[in-house]
Write a protein that binds this ligand. Structure first.
Ligand code: CMX
Length: 152
């Protein structure tokens, strides 16, 4: 008969997840011009833009559309040295990042990611568009997907 040690039942910390993701909050989509891109989303897909705002510290203008529970965030660079402009200049386009809504706090989620060796872009939550608390994880440690954690 097989015997078990007590330690066999201890879950290693790196596999233990406490953060709770409720849903995808938004998909960030990089565009050169919101004005030129909106007609596709509104007139072809039938989505409605309900908010346009500038996030000065990120050097972007954002336009939000609702698609069920998920939002689309169009990101237009407002300066040549915006991260979005640099990304577009490298020939990239389309989905730039995926934002997950965290139920129990971005700060907790960040420390958990840090403990698991995930490279943090933001060491602490900061204010993003729509007054959300946000923080980014580096795509080099998130299977190539620039990941945003956010909470309302
Ligand atoms: N998705 C996947 N990979 C990406 C990426 C993205 N959106 N942006 C950059 N990368 C990759 C690059 O391809 C590059 O990989 P290689 O080294 O293999 O070529 C690597 O990351 C480094 O990229 P880089 O061009 O040298 O760019 P930087 O290091 O200057 O910046 C990043 C990359 C992710 C740290 C920076 O874009 C950042 O801090 N992003 C978070 C903030 C942000 O995106 N703000 C805009 C949105 C604001 C908002 O939503 O409010």
């Amino acid at each position: 008969m097989q015997s078990f040690e007590e330690s066999d039942f201890i879950i290693p910390n790196k596999y233990y997840t406490t953060m709770k993701i409720s849903h995808i909050e938004h998909l960030g989509i990089a565009v050169q011009s919101i004005e030129e891109s909106l007609p596709y989303f509104e007139n072809v897909l039938g989505l409605k833009c309900y908010n346009i705002e500038e996030v000065a510290d990120q050097k972007v203008k954002t336009a939000f559309l609702k698609c069920g529970e998920v939002k689309l965030e169009l990101l237009e660079p407002t300066s040549p040295d915006s991260t979005i402009q640099k990304w577009l200049d490298k020939g990239n386009h389309g989905v730039h990042h995926v934002a997950f809504c965290i139920e129990d706090g971005v700060a907790n989620a960040l420390s958990e990611c840090d403990e698991k060796g995930i490279r943090l872009i933001d060491k602490a939550p900061r204010k993003g568009a729509e007054n959300l608390n946000i923080a980014f994880l580096h795509p080099k440690s998130t299977v190539g997907i620039l990941t945003e954690l956010c909470e309302h």
